[in-house]
Ligand binder design. Structure first.
Ligand SMILES: Cc1cc2nc3c(=O)[nH]c(=O)nc-3n(C[C@H](O)[C@H](O)[C@H](O)COP(=O)(O)OP(=O)(O)OC[C@H]3O[C@@H](n4cnc5c(N)ncnc54)[C@H](O)[C@@H]3O)c2cc1C
Length: 345
């Protein structure tokens, strides 16, 4: 008889882990503080090895049926300079979190998982059989500057590449097509960029500086106000999984700078790292301490290098005096950003 597992948080990491465990007949309960579907602040651009885990979980076809859009090309912009359109070293997948989380939740339930919505539980529970998948840690933990994220969906945005990345001295905004002809407009900004109320000032930040290419791109946009959301107090200093007292997956371990478009992949990859050790614990073949150690070592081995490079990348692209030159360089030194892409995957 398999011992049951409890997962705190039904975001991407928690749901992917729950599906992986249910496929091996492990009894799983997920407590989710919110409900489905709902909008989340996210670039909605899945890039990296986590896509293969979705394939192995058998959910890629569900996401495709929900309208996931492949992304193959990319272009970079500073307020006044643009790079040529290039191809992504490997294709990405774009789907709203509204759809993605809801599809995974439905699949988890189909497999017999117990998903309790609108149930916030104490994430600090460290007892055996509890996994922490409750996303980013509260602000105040760790060194480094604080960030906030904003997102809104829009129609009538004429993109020239599947992913457009617009950098400015205050942060960056990514644009990509998601399902049903909508474009996701999502940005990350330094906390000190917000000098008025988050809703009005936030919208101005998402639109880009006056006269910028981003502002021109969004000039005729019809925004879906119901999709607007914000998240504050993001800390992006990397933390090793081995330093966490609990079994953690996804952002509950640490957050990678969103500029990489790799956070969701890391959520899926960490879930994959956790499945076999948790099955072994559930079947009584391994202690909880050994299970926690194995998962943490697996995640640190897989993520340490990309967390390092992601941090350097974010520092460089947010260094205002370099932004025009960097965007210009992408055109004639495409190997440079391909190297950055590879380093953060
Ligand atoms: C501005 C921005 C842009 C981004 N863009 C991208 C991108 O383009 N590509 C990419 O791959 N990644 C991106 N990311 C990162 C990505 O969103 C995260 O890495 C990913 O959502 C992590 O998944 P998760 O399941 O760990 O956490 P989440 O998706 O945050 O899920 C955690 C869940 O836990 C629930 N929860 C929290 N506390 C409790 C509790 N006490 N009890 C019960 N439930 C609880 C929450 O409601 C939530 O549903 C971006 C992030 C930001 C901030």
């Amino acid at each position: 008889m398999n011992k049951p597992l409890t997962i705190v948080g039904g975001g991407l990491a928690g749901l992917a882990l729950g599906i992986g465990l249910r496929r091996q007949e492990v009894p799983v309960t997920i407590y989710e503080a919110a409900h489905y579907p709902r909008h989340r602040v996210c670039g909605e651009f899945v890039s990296g090895r986590g896509q293969q885990f979705l394939e192995r979980l058998g959910v890629s076809s569900l996401l495709a049926a929900a309208g996931a859009v492949p992304a193959r090309t990319v272009a970079f912009y500073s307020p006044r300079r643009s790079s040529p359109v290039g191809s992504l070293p490997s294709p990405a997948l774009c789907l709203s979190r509204w759809q993605m989380d809801a599809q995974l939740a439905a699949r988890f339930r189909e497999l017999g998982g117990d998903l309790q919505e609108d149930r916030r539980v104490d994430p600090a529970t460290t007892s055996e059989g509890w996994v922490r998948a409750n996303g980013r840690r509260p602000a105040g933990e760790g060194p480094g500057p604080r960030w906030f994220g904003l997102k809104i969906h829009a129609r009538n945005v004429p993109l020239v590449a599947d992913l457009e990345m617009h950098v400015s001295p205050r942060g960056y905004v990514g644009l990509c097509r998601v399902e049903q002809g909508e474009v996701n407009v999502c940005g990350l900004f330094r906390r000190d960029s917000l000098d008025a109320s988050p809703t009005t000032a936030g919208r101005q930040l998402l639109m880009g500086p006056p006269d910028s290419i981003l502002r021109q791109r969004l000039a005729g946009a019809e925004f879906d106000e119901s999709s607007f959301c914000a998240v504050a107090g993001l800390a992006l200093a990397p933390v090793p999984a081995a330093s966490r007292a609990e079994v953690c997956v996804g952002d509950a371990i640490t957050m990678i700078p969103p500029v990489t478009g790799n956070g969701m992949s890391m959520a899926f990859e960490s879930a994959e790292q956790a499945v076999d050790p948790l099955v072994a614990w559930s079947q009584g073949r391994q202690t909880w301490a050994a299970t926690r150690r194995e998962i943490a070592q697996g995640c640190d081995g897989q993520f340490a290098r990309r967390l390092f490079w992601a941090r350097q990348l974010q520092r460089v692209i947010l260094h205002a005096p370099l932004q025009d030159a960097l965007v210009g360089m992408v055109g004639w030194q495409s190997w440079l950003w391909r190297l950055a892409f590879a380093g953060t995957r």
